[in-house]
Ligand binder design. Structure first.
Ligand code: NAD
Length: 338
């Protein structure tokens, strides 16, 4: 059978990437919608053949507990709202998939984990890059030793945030909804990549922030933040995130014998790998895959086979803990042990 998903928050990412991906998913289907906009919901309900009785507002959302067509609630709201809807979904007896960043604070992440545990339900954080073929290939090649001993990683994620032009960017510059600036939204890809490429957890972080607060976009949230992570093996990762540059989404892992570059690394559809060795560079041929559908299928399989998700709540919490340490280091101008 296909696992039924309720989509909570019918914004840009839900409409443009995730909802279309259900069509390519083997085990997941959309069975319910949750929105504050009845007109938008009606249009999407028609497009995705969702019954009117399976359309909820934020007010009557909790009655989803009586709907057997919904197995999983997928929260695609601004991060400041994730905790409330994840907890309400768990209390309604549903499994939960929530977007990244998991929440604004460590305490909220813990509350989400506790609520799902208490309800005996799965909690997964939607780290799509961990289901994307080029990223999986990069992890595999590093693990197999193709680069020799790994020495360091660099990763950059940046773009121009445009709150006056793009509605989806409006909440991204409001601290209460976004939790922070570029680090929470896209720097998290650099951070998560540093962790999955090394396969280690950092023990120390050091960061610097630079924000022009006279820019109206940056009244509440940071623009650029650069951070270095120290891993137990001695590997360092130097990462950047910025909201005031042309788009970049890349990483490079440097080993004693070779480097592995992915640029773009965390895009939606296009990825490009280069391996550089003493005798020159090569581009391995890797087939693009639908990471969104793969992520949905993974969640569905976890429900069907009673498995723990590859990116559970604890994975989201780890990143939020590190993000808080990065902010602390930038604030204090000192390294912070984690
Ligand atoms: P968006 O603004 O387009 O979508 C947010 C939705 O929440 C909208 O439908 C909006 O109407 C609704 N909403 C309800 N109450 C709201 C409130 N008080 N303030 C603002 N919006 C409210 O944004 P988006 O880019 O689709 O992001 C949604 C989520 O998806 C975020 O958690 C974001 O981090 C995540 N996201 C993930 C990826 C990814 O690649 N994994 C990409 C983009 C966004």
């Amino acid at each position: 059978r296909k696992v039924g998903f309720a989509i909570v928050g019918l914004g840009k990412y839900a409409q443009e990437q995730m909802m279309p991906a259900f069509k390519e998913s083997k085990h997941a289907k959309i069975t319910a919608l949750v929105s504050g906009s009845p007109e938008k919901m009606q249009k999407l309900a028609k497009e995705y053949s969702v019954d009117a009785k399976n359309c909820y507002s934020y007010q009557n959302f909790d009655s989803i507990k009586d709907n057997p067509a919904v197995d999983v609630v997928y929260v695609v709201l601004p991060p400041g709202m994730h905790a409330e809807y994840v907890v309400r979904a768990a209390q309604a007896g549903k499994h939960v998939l929530t977007e990244k960043p998991m929440a604004n604070t460590v305490a909220e992440c813990q509350r989400m984990i506790d609520a799902c545990r208490k309800a005996g339900k799965k909690l997964m954080v939607a780290y799509r890059a961990q289901f994307e073929p080029f990223n999986l290939e990069a992890i595999d090649r590093i693990k197999k030793g193709e680069l020799g001993k790994l020495r360091y990683v660099t990763s950059d994620h940046g773009r121009q945030v445009k709150p006056t032009e793009d509605k989806a960017d409006e909440w991204r510059v409001v601290k209460k909804l976004a939790g922070g600036g570029s680090l929470m939204d896209i720097g998290i890809y650099s951070l998560n990549a540093a962790r999955y490429l090394t396969g280690e957890e950092p023990v120390e972080v050091m960061a610097m922030e630079s924000t022009d607060h006279s820019d109206p976009r940056f009244k509440e949230v940071e623009d650029q933040i650069h951070f270095t992570l120290r891993f137990p093996s001695g590997v360092l990762a130097t990462c950047t995130s910025a909201y005031s540059i042309e788009t970049v989404k890349r990483f490079r892992a440097f080993g004693e014998k070779a480097f592995l570059d992915l640029d773009p690394a965390t895009d939606y559809y296009e990825h490009n790998m280069t391996i550089g060795k003493a005798d020159g560079e090569m581009k391995p041929s890797i087939k693009e895959g639908n990471q969104f559908a793969a992520e949905l299928d993974h969640m569905a399989e976890c429900v069907l086979e009673n498995k723990t998700p590859k990116t559970p709540g604890e994975e989201g919490l780890r990143d939020i803990k590190l993000i808080m340490a990065i902010y602390e280091s930038a604030r204090k101008g000192k390294p912070v042990k984690v």
